[in-house]
Ligand binder design. Structure first.
Ligand SMILES: [Zn+2]
Length: 415
């Protein structure tokens, strides 16, 4: 299964419809959450998923009728102000169906002890998403059609039914699609869709017999060829964006307090919502810079055309909890290790480069790469490794990268 993520450019009308669907899905999530939650609190048996769906269908029509009755007594001005009170009827049924399933499954995962107790979705979350039926979605080389988002009935207006894709010819047409979703991140819309492996963009390069060992830590990614890639936290633009986001967040909380003082709801207070959009913009920029940095490191690794890349199997959770790493816990939060590892695996699979993971309990940074002496009292603050046995003086991370490569050469089969 290969996943495509492409940005879309909806026009104004399409955008409001997408936003309404997103908000309605959250409302649906909250209703189902309360319903199931009440059963758990009363120690009763939870109904099956199909029963919950049947209950929601009745609930849906009751809520819709309430809104219609409210509209009858409204003047035109009030109608415009209350445009957010959309009907469930106007929203794609498949999106709501999937929302119920997802909410129900999150509770089931809790009972199987696979996850924590679920939380309600919030309207001002940074990331929102809804599901699209794979049989009703249509792609052509430049555009995508979504059910109930753009359904103009007029024949000469058919072109209005399609939303522009930001990338031309990227998603293959006329194949089976799995789990398509529309995502809003910050202020940008994306469409995510999975296809069978055979339609993934495959490129192969001629590899050399090189083997690269990599040591990943909070401050840098270091290879056994002594190439240093500084972490994204040292990037000038990243620092700037982080500062701006913090400032925007402070401003946002001030606006929040002000709207509370005036007893306005968050939906109504325009200044708060304006500021929230600005804040989300910076959050998006930060995430983009992180992803771009990962991309840059992986691309330059692949350009060296190695046969095998050796890497330590990272235990991020353990790193976060252990006392030794307490002061760098913040750094781990900012450096997406797991994302890096996954992206590296995906890209290398495409190019036919093998990845070998080294056991995480192998002390790569405490061993001398020349004489295999183990220096047990090496602290995290010691940046250079000095061997008391043979007198080798070497950068700590470079030493670790060489050790990882050595370990693979000695212990694992390479064909
Ligand atoms: Zn030594």
């Amino acid at each position: 299964m290969y996943c495509y993520k492409v940005m879309i450019h909806p026009n104004n009308k399409q955008e409001t419809k997408i936003r309404r669907t997103l908000n309605k899905c959250i409302e649906c999530n909250n209703i189902i959450y309360d319903y199931i939650d009440s059963f758990i609190k009363n120690n009763e048996k939870i109904p099956s998923c199909s029963d919950v769906r049947k209950w929601f269908t009745i609930q849906k029509s009751i809520l819709d009728n309430e809104v219609i009755n409210k509209r009858k007594n409204m003047t035109k001005k009030e109608m415009i102000f209350n445009h957010l009170d959309t009907l469930f009827y106007d929203v794609s049924n498949d999106a709501l169906k999937q929302e119920i399933k997802d909410t129900y499954n999150s509770f089931m995962r809790y009972f199987k002890k696979l996850a924590k107790y679920p939380v309600k979705k919030k309207y001002n979350n940074y990331k929102k998403t809804f599901y699209v039926d794979p049989y009703k979605i249509e792609f052509n080389d430049k555009k995508v059609r979504l059910e109930k988002i753009a359904n103009n009935q007029k024949k000469n207006r058919q072109i209005l039914n399609y939303i522009n894709l930001a990338e031309k010819d990227r998603i293959p047409t006329g194949v089976n699609y799995y789990n398509p979703r529309v995502i809003l991140e910050g202020d940008r819309f994306y469409i995510v869709v999975s296809v069978d492996d055979e339609y993934a963009p495959k490129k192969k390069i001629e590899t050399t017999s090189n083997i690269i060992g990599i040591d990943v830590n909070v401050k840098a990614i270091v290879t056994s060829e002594n190439v240093f890639y500084k972490a994204v936290t040292f990037d000038k633009n990243y620092k700037k964006a982080l500062k701006k986001e913090k400032r925007a967040q402070n401003k946002l909380s001030r606006k929040y307090i002000k709207s509370q003082e005036l007893k306005k709801s968050l939906k109504e207070s325009k200044n708060y919502n304006k500021q929230r959009k600005i804040k989300n913009k910076y959050t998006k920029r930060i995430n983009n810079l992180k992803e771009a940095h990962i991309d840059y490191v992986i691309t330059s690794l692949i350009h060296q055309r190695p046969k095998i890349i050796c890497i330590e199997d990272l235990d991020v959770k353990g790193m976060k909890e252990s006392e030794e790493y307490e002061d760098v816990a913040k750094g781990i939060q900012q450096n997406p290790f797991r994302k890096f590892l996954k992206a590296l695996e995906d890209r290398c699979n495409n190019y036919g480069i093998k990845i070998i993971k080294v056991d995480r309990y192998y002390a790569s940074s405490k061993t001398c790469n020349k004489c295999n002496y183990k220096k047990k009292d090496l602290k995290l603050s010691d940046r250079t490794f000095i061997c008391p046995n043979c007198g080798l003086k070497i950068n700590r991370d470079y030493n670790a990268a060489i050790n990882i490569k050595k370990y693979v050469l000695e212990h694992k089969d390479i064909d």
